[in-house]
Design a protein around this ligand. Structure first.
Ligand SMILES: NC(=O)C1=CN([C@@H]2O[C@H](COP(=O)(O)OP(=O)(O)OC[C@H]3O[C@@H](n4cnc5c(N)ncnc54)[C@H](O)[C@@H]3O)[C@@H](O)[C@H]2O)C=CC1
Ligand SMILES: O=C(CO)COP(=O)(O)O
Length: 342
């Protein structure tokens, strides 16, 4: 008898591939929807991606295709794993093929620069407000997941039954899913931690040491909690896996593309040099700019430059207004005051 559920994964990058491993471990088949026919063929024949997660064989019952109708017609669940900045255009193209009853689990972390939207709004606007959605986030590097290393994440949804169902389908002895009802808190944590990781990387690249790193990441987490609250998330959510958990993983873990981007900036490379020589997406670069604009738009309280000094600092550095070292000097020269925790 065929397995009663079938997942289609939109995007066959590092994380889409990693999730196909997670599903396969529970015997659940998945189809990857890609853009490149040669890569799809390579996956179907050789059971590995030619570029992403090199050296790790894909499970046998993973199928790849570039045909959206074929990929989506039998999907009971859809996983969205395309970087945020490309998501709207991609989803507009495939939305009509997604079965009306199929919930979508998004794993993409960031804020769209053109609209200042989180994935929640991008999905509702492209795939319909009536559909059920869930969001997975937390410290979860694709390569470690694919290597069956222990990982804990959180799945948030307004629909508790959906979050529970997905947690049951994805969880295994090496992949543990918690659930949450705080969609905004979980999404904001996933987006903002990438910006803090760029700052942490710059600190590392400048050789500032452990004191500076710990201070920066701690204060970054407070800014993350503040913006989540302004957007309607619960501050306590940011103490969890998709807040400080993912921030620690991304700021201190060697696999992080955002941290590595920051390290290169801190060592003196320019944005143009890094972008020209990198095949990897560091979502925090676009998200930093979007986040700074979003904060200016929605937080009308006094001195937002002090409340979000790290976020604005990263955004200014990425736009070339300040150097990483000047950014640090700005932080150290801020007016003295009581330590604020929210
Ligand atoms: N890699 C990781 O460890 C984790 C990634 N994520 C999130 O998952 C999302 C996807 O990340 P990765 O898979 O790592 O990215 P990736 O860079 O490895 O792969 C991105 C995928 O999207 C496709 N893509 C790129 N541009 C596109 C476009 N214009 N239209 C359609 N598809 C396009 C690529 O072909 C590729 O299949 C990101 O939002 C990331 O923050 C979340 C947790 C962990
Ligand atoms: O989100 C991630 C781990 O949880 C991946 O982080 P990077 O995009 O910085 O590699």
């Amino acid at each position: 008898m065929p397995y009663p559920v079938r997942f289609t994964i939109l995007g066959g990058g590092n994380f889409g591939l990693a999730l196909s491993h997670v599903l396969a471990r529970n015997g659940i088949p998945s189809t990857l929807l890609l853009r490149n026919a040669e890569i799809a063929e390579h996956i179907n024949v050789h059971h590995e991606h030619p570029t992403y997660l090199k050296g790790i064989k894909l499970p046998w019952h993973i199928r790849a295709t570039t045909d959206a109708k074929d990929a989506l017609q039998d999907a009971t669940y859809v996983i969205h794993a395309v970087p945020v900045q490309y998501s709207r255009a991609f989803l507009k193209k495939v939305a009509s093929y997604i079965p009306p009853g199929a919930p979508i689990l998004s794993v993409s972390k960031g804020i769209e620069t053109s609209s200042l939207s989180l994935m929640t709004d991008i999905l509702a606007e492209t795939c319909g407000p009536e559909r059920s959605y869930a969001f997975l986030s937390g410290p979860s590097f694709a390569r470690e997941i694919a290597q069956n290393m222990a990982t804990a994440v959180v799945i948030a949804s307004d629909d508790s039954q959906l979050a529970n169902d997905l947690a049951n389908l994805l969880s295994s002895p090496s992949f543990r899913c918690f659930t949450s009802k705080d969609v905004i808190g979980v999404e904001v944590g996933g987006a903002v931690k990438n910006v803090i990781a760029i700052a942490a990387g710059m600190s590392e690249g400048l050789g500032l040491g452990t004191n500076a790193m710990a201070g920066l990441v701690t204060r970054g987490c407070v800014e993350m909690k503040r913006i989540a609250q302004v957007l309607g998330g619960k501050p306590t959510t940011l103490s969890g896996l998709s807040g400080v958990g993912d921030t620690f993983g991304t700021c201190f873990g060697p696999l992080s593309r955002n941290r590595n981007f920051g390290i290169r900036l801190g060592k003196g490379e320019t944005m143009e040099e890094i972008l020209a020589s990198s095949t990897e997406v560091a979502e925090g670069v676009d998200t930093a700019l979007a986040l700074a604009n979003l904060i200016k738009k929605i937080d009308k309280s006094y001195r937002i430059d002090l409340k979000y000094a790290i976020i604005f600092g990263v955004s200014d550095i990425l736009q070339g207004f300040r150097s990483p070292r000047e950014g640090l000097e700005d932080l150290m020269a801020m007016p003295l005051r009581a330590e604020m925790y929210d």
